[in-house]
Design a protein. Structure first.
Length: 182
């Protein structure tokens, strides 16, 4: 009989805790709104994006739709919170990818405007490039710095230097790839 009362009490306590957790999860926290009080949801793109936008980020997923359509076909990622939607259409023209081949047989790719890999998109500033190294399977977001000639980008350690179609890659001041051309 004593054991039965203990088990019933334990079940009651567990039940109360579960109800408390569910209540806490279903109601927003007092300070859970993003700065500025703006929140986005799965339909925010409809009021933010122009009807002519055909390739867009809905705040969680990458989507495509016919021009002017109310629905799109999207990837199926789950997001706890939606971000601000944006259109890829007007950014597509500034996107460029160059594949460089070097004297030692090494290859790397340099992206401007936007880094694209599968469904991942990373918007780059005008003074940035994304270098993807095929040998080490690493990537670097590099910022333009002043150069005597050509264009030079660095993250402080890794350097990509190009002039015309020729390029050089350095790491910590040492030449990693030379005689590279696209």
């Amino acid at each position: 009989m004593f054991l039965m009362k203990v088990l019933l009490s334990f079940r009651f306590i567990i039940g109360c805790c579960a109800i408390g957790l569910l209540a806490a999860c279903s109601s927003p926290l007092p300070n859970s709104q993003p700065p500025g009080g703006i929140t986005y949801d799965a339909n925010s793109w409809k009021s933010i994006l122009d009807a002519s936008c055909t390739v867009y980020f809905d705040g969680c997923n990458q989507c495509r739709r016919a021009e002017g359509a109310d629905v799109g076909v999207c990837t199926r990622k789950a997001c706890a919170a939606y971000q601000k939607p944006y259109c890829f259409d007007n950014k597509a023209s500034s996107h460029e990818k160059r594949t460089y081949s070097c004297k030692g047989g090494e290859q790397f790719m340099v992206f401007t405007g936007e880094y694209r890999a599968d469904d991942m998109r990373i918007q780059l500033d005008d003074d940035e490039v994304w270098l993807s190294d095929r040998q080490s399977h690493t990537a670097y977001r590099l910022k333009r710095v002043e150069a005597a000639s050509g264009e030079k980008y660095t993250d402080g350690q890794f350097v990509f230097w190009s002039k015309g179609g020729d390029a050089l890659v350095q790491v910590a001041g040492e030449v990693l790839y030379r005689g590279c051309r696209y």
